[in-house]
Design a protein around this ligand. Structure first.
Ligand code: SF4
Length: 228
């Protein structure tokens, strides 16, 4: 799947690269729409995307984690290093490296890519609502702890609240997001409606957005416009 411009349910206005993928290579989240794009084969590098010459064209923002989570158990440390090394060859571009297991990226915090890359993580809620909704990725508390350390090391971060689920209170959830020190925050909804999730009311999303905007920028994804 070649480099392409994002729209709709992914991040709008940036490019995506799928350097790795394969069915079952991650499998943490019950709502994962990415299965649709995964082949029957197990995790593998997508060499076609490694072969794209990124040295031409305008500087871009490129999301590299579309195929599967870069910190899933299917990728060895050597695999992750290959991906980061590859992107670091193109310092004109800004890369977004997103994981629900950001603690693992701490082992790579000395890599040069962070001069031109962000680490992002997902927080669906400040509550643990059960594996039937939230799957089996590391807990939100673990992600926040890791993001705090990552941000303290000087790496730029962002957070995405997607798919947004019920939260305990606007203040508590916003405080949790703030601990990640994100430069910007996305709010998104379960894209494909494949799973009935416990969602907040529209007025709660409004209030959450306003609370987070006290300390950083909030971007409502297209799939969350129904809440605006
Ligand atoms: S972490 Fe991402 S790729 Fe992995 S199952 Fe969840 S949504 Fe899908």
């Amino acid at each position: 799947m070649p480099l392409r411009y994002s729209s709709g349910n992914m991040y709008e206005g940036i490019w995506t690269l799928s350097l790795f993928g394969g069915q079952g290579s991650c499998g943490w989240c019950p709502w994962c729409f990415k299965d649709r794009y995964k082949t029957r084969s197990k995790h593998h590098f997508i060499e076609e995307d490694f072969n794209i010459d990124l040295s031409v064209g305008e500087p871009k923002t490129i999301f590299i984690c579309e195929g599967t989570d870069i910190c899933s158990g299917a990728l060895s440390d050597q695999d992750i290093t290959r991906i980061l090394d590859h992107c670091h060859q193109y310092p004109r571009h800004t890369f977004w490296v997103q994981s629900k297991n950001p603690g693992r990226l701490l082992s790579f915090s000395g890599h040069g890519i962070w001069e031109h890359a962000y680490i992002g993580t997902t927080l669906e809620s400040d509550l643990e609502l059960g594996s039937q909704y939230m799957g089996y990725a590391p807990s939100r508390a673990d992600r926040v702890m890791a993001m705090q350390t990552i941000a303290a090391s000087g790496i730029k971060t962002y957070t995405t609240l997607e798919p947004l689920m019920k939260f305990s209170s606007t203040e508590n959830f916003a405080a949790m997001v703030k601990q990640c020190h994100p430069e910007f925050v996305f709010i998104g909804r379960e894209s494909m409606r494949r799973l009935e999730l416990p969602e907040p009311f529209r007025y709660e999303v409004f209030a959450l957005r306003a609370e987070i905007e006290k300390f950083t920028r909030v971007i409502m994804k297209e799939n969350a416009q129904v809440w605006m």
